[in-house]
Design a protein around this ligand. Sequence first.
Ligand SMILES: Nc1nc2c(ncn2[C@@H]2O[C@H](COP(=O)(O)OP(=O)(O)OP(=O)(O)O)[C@@H](O)[C@H]2O)c(=O)[nH]1
Ligand SMILES: [Mg+2]
Length: 299
Amino acid sequence: MFKGLKNKFSNIFGGESETEIRGSTFIQNVYEALLESDVSLEATEKISQVLAKKIQDPKKKYSREMLKKNLYDTVFEFLQGVTADTWGMLQGNSPFKILFLGINGTGKTTTIAKMARFLIERNRRVVLAASDTFRAGAIDQLSYQGERVGVKVIKHQPGSDPSAVAYDAIEHARSRGIDYVLIDTAGRMQNNINLREEMKKIKRVTQPDLTILVIDSMAANDVMEQSKTFSREIGFDGLIVTKLDTDARGGSILTISSELKKPILFIGTGQNPEDLMEFSPQWVIKKMLPEELLPSSQT
Ligand SMILES: Nc1nc2c(ncn2[C@@H]2O[C@H](COP(=O)(O)OP(=O)(O)OP(=O)(O)O)[C@@H](O)[C@H]2O)c(=O)[nH]1
Ligand SMILES: [Mg+2]
């Protein structure tokens, strides 16, 4: 996780024996480190600009300590910009309805099991709605995940109306005092009009308290496209970024934090129900920056 980025940042300060580095050289080195770690071009430019503002005169040389602090502060600002009070965002009506959206295979179904576990651990009661009635095997997959974490799954036949399934799950929760309804949906590409219309209907029928876009960290450079379409067509409140454990270069979180104005609620770090973490800029920055760049209070 973030290993590539960490090594690249480390290289900027390693190797050279000089105690000071020219501002312009430093900014250029950071720019390249970001691009080589799969941070998108737009995000790389934005981050470099913020960094450059902190360095008054690019022609002058600055101490390593000062540059390290500037880089730390810049990265932290971006991470903080997408931080929210995750638990606070999960409070409200009872039952609290959460709708999960995303393109194919980003990890929606797996993440729902993780969220269920997260809520159960906090003594909340949960039911799942198998509203992906489109993909063969999706209902069985959610049933298996539900069994794994010990929650009931409301399901209909494959091919049935996803809104009706979600509606039944909400009624089930209402009549039994269940706190959360997590609604799985079929993965849809941005260009599939039928599935998009169906999604709008699910949203209309269920009136979710929270709509979450699930994004695969390995496809983060496509994140603007995905989020623009979902935002325009359906609307969402926050993100979950999955598969950070398989993202060796590690740039995705920085791309997302500079390009999207929505909070990241959780990150997914594996295939099992326990592999979910609340997004914390302090935790991420510790993984992302080499130890010598962290303030002494954080090492
Ligand atoms: N390593 C890793 N794998 C993950 C993570 N989250 C999901 N996966 C895997 O990604 C694959 C797809 O996950 P699903 O939960 O089926 O994704 P989905 O978005 O529901 O897919 P569709 O319903 O087809 O759109 C599965 O093999 C999951 O085990 C994660 O955080 N880390
Ligand atoms: Mg799924």
